[in-house]
Design a protein. Structure first.
Lengths: 317, 300
């Protein structure tokens, strides 16, 4: 079965390895110039570098749109796992009628599908881990640009850390289940992509609720001499009256009109007894959120995978 | 033990029944012709035997066991109608798959057979002709060394030479090893010479299931005057009647000679029998004494 699984899926596996290698090549190429500044950044954070040295980091702050597109497009990779590994696994057999061939061999369907998942599942986890490690390393270098926030950016959170392996596995199993229901490869691939995108969007919507956000006075604005990167996840601003009630933003804007897109006038609001607070998840919660999201995805994968396996092995058609 | 047995088997797709109330039993060691017009339920019956579908009613048992267990799967082989193969696999890779997935696999038989057919092992299955693909599919099934071989329209879309090659090889294999073969077809002429059990399906129902010799012995073709037909039909089950001028040809179910001298009798050929039943789908509504008694009733 191991050989058959490899023989049937080697094209997809190798293609995905190539995609990953290309992404790795590009990201390493882009990240190498920032290896030294990133090291310095960490040194500055740890206080082991001189202020003069840390000053130089300001030279790197800049907007790099091309880079962000590259980083965001990494989100496609787990989706491809579902579309190209998962969806055709059953759909192609049904479509070509070869399920009648392979399910007529002396191997029960439970073993057949179990063996396939026993190879593809771990490979997906490994691939996802590789992607996660690569992106975590690369984005760490890009932090000096000041435009990268792995916690707060919904398109970055899922490509770094421990979420990618869970995403790869979930996507694989999702494609498998869609293939079972749809039974034709191309529609199954399209539906897998759509459902996967919906799941990603859904996760991004519930992600802020993994923990109670902190509502605090903003830290003093960092002086021009200190360069530091915060990966806090800012959720918004809260206007809190001294009596404890929260005031809607529109009321605050009426009391102290400000030009659009600019920070609220704290001095004016303070005269009305309103405090301006930040609502945010501190950066140190990053890993907790990562593990929660990975856990949700793995649980979903186990559930869908279990149902699919049961459906394929119990029901005859 | 029966090689294939169904009790009250029925399968409904959406509104229509593909197979309905199908009860039959085929003893081991037979070469079975599963005959019926297109859409009669032949494929449905074979799929039920392979566990490729869930019956709506009743059940199918193969070699005395439920389909789809690993023990059953090792002893049954199936070649589906379209002879599905993995198109991208080389022939040698298909053999490797067979070897990997089947404990009773006989690699020698497979290689020998493909060599005889001059099918190159390094070609991709998708690049071979339809006839060669059918031969490969059959080879994979035979190399499994099954006790029961189910072939769905194995001869369809093949040229006459390939047909006779396949049938010839099949029959020699059957002779060597004591296996049961079920072949579905809508062209009875392909199988008339070789099969010794007949299952006739029509409109999703079993019309006939029985030993060919006994079936042929239990039917007669009578020719006589038209006006005598109704009187005869009152006492003897008539399967089909065909009027030619003042004469009528009746296919009747009767093993003993008809005493009435107006009737001249001749034995029935398999093609006649099949055609007669196929022309009269309602003949299934008649009692099937000679047919049903062959089937053990123990499973009801």
């Amino acid at each position: 079965m191991l050989w058959l699984t490899w023989r049937q899926h080697r094209l997809q596996l190798l293609a995905m390895a190539a995609v990953l290698a290309m992404a790795a090549g590009y990201l390493i190429y882009r990240a190498l110039p920032y290896v030294e500044p990133a090291r310095l950044l960490h040194a500055c954070g740890g206080g082991s570098a001189s202020d003069a040295e840390c000053q130089t980091l300001f030279n790197y702050v800049g907007v790099d749109g091309g880079l962000n597109i590259a980083l965001v497009s990494v989100n496609l990779i787990p989706a491809l796992v579902g579309a190209f590994w998962g969806a055709p696994l059953l759909a192609r057999e049904y479509e070509r009628g070869t399920h009648q061939l392979v399910w007529g061999q002396s191997v029960t369907r439970r073993r057949w599908l179990g063996a396939k998942l026993a190879l593809l599942g771990p490979v997906a986890l490994l691939g996802g881990a590789a992607q996660g490690a690569l992106l975590t390393w690369a984005t760490d270098k890009f932090l000096v640009l000041g435009t990268v926030n792995r916690f707060g950016d919904r398109f970055l959170f899922g490509v770094v850390g421990v979420v990618p392996p869970a995403l790869w596995l979930f996507s694989l199993v999702l494609g498998l289940a869609v293939g079972l229901l749809v039974r034709r490869s191309v529609p199954a691939m399209a539906i897998t992509l759509a459902v996967f995108a919906a799941v990603m969007a859904g996760l991004a919507m519930v992600r802020p609720y993994y923990a109670e956000p902190k509502v605090e006075k903003p830290a003093l604005a960092a002086g021009p001499t200190v360069f530091a990167v915060h990966e806090d996840w800012t959720l918004g601003t809260v206007f809190r009256h001294t009596d404890g009630r929260d005031v809607p933003a529109s009321t605050a804007a009426e009391l102290c009109p400000q030009p659009a897109e600019s920070a609220p006038d704290t001095a004016c609001l303070a005269r009305h007894g309103i405090e301006v607070l930040d609502k945010y998840h501190p950066g140190r919660r990053f890993w907790r959120f990562q593990w929660i999201e990975a856990g949700i995805l793995v649980a979903g994968a186990v559930l869908i995978g279990g149902l699919t396996l049961a459906r394929v092995s119990r029901r005859a058609d | 033990m029966n090689a294939l047995e169904t009790t009250g088997l029925g399968k409904r797709y959406r509104r229509a029944w593909a197979l309905r109330d199908c009860s039959l039993a085929v003893p081991a060691g037979k070469v079975v012709a599963l005959v019926g017009p297109n859409g009669a339920g032949k494929t449905t019956l074979l799929h039920a035997a392979m566990g490729l579908l869930t019956p709506t009613r009743g059940e199918a048992r193969v070699l005395g066991e439920a389909p789809r267990t690993s023990r059953t799967l090792a002893r049954v082989a199936f070649v589906a109608q379209d002879k599905p193969l993995y198109d991208g696999f080389r022939v040698s890779e298909l053999l490797r798959m067979g070897r990997a997935l089947n404990p009773r696999w006989d690699d020698g038989v497979a290689r020998c057979r493909l060599a005889e057919l001059r099918i190159p092992l390094d070609r991709r299955a998708g690049k071979l002709s339809g006839g060669q693909q059918a031969q490969i599919a059959l080879t994979l099934a035979l190399a499994k060394r099954p006790d029961l071989l189910l072939l769905d329209e194995p001869l369809a879309n093949l040229d006459p030479l390939a047909r006779s090659e396949i049938m010839g090889h099949l029959m020699s294999t059957v002779a060597e090893r004591d296996i049961t073969v079920v072949l579905s077809t809508h062209v009875i002429a392909d199988l008339a010479q070789t099969c010794d059990w007949l299952i006739l399906l029509s409109g999703g129902r079993v019309q006939v299931s029985g030993d060919v010799e006994e079936l042929l012995g239990a039917h007669q073709m009578l020719t006589g005057p038209v006006e005598a037909a109704d009187a005869l039909a009152a006492s003897t089950p008539v399967v089909s009647r065909r009027v030619v001028g003042r004469q009528v040809h009746l296919l009747v179910r009767a093993s003993r000679p008809i005493p009435d001298p107006r009737w001249s009798a001749r034995p029935v050929a398999m093609e006649d029998l099949v055609l007669a039943y196929l022309r009269e789908p309602d003949a299934a509504a008649l009692p099937r004494p000679t047919l049903a008694t062959l089937a053990p009733e123990g499973n009801r």
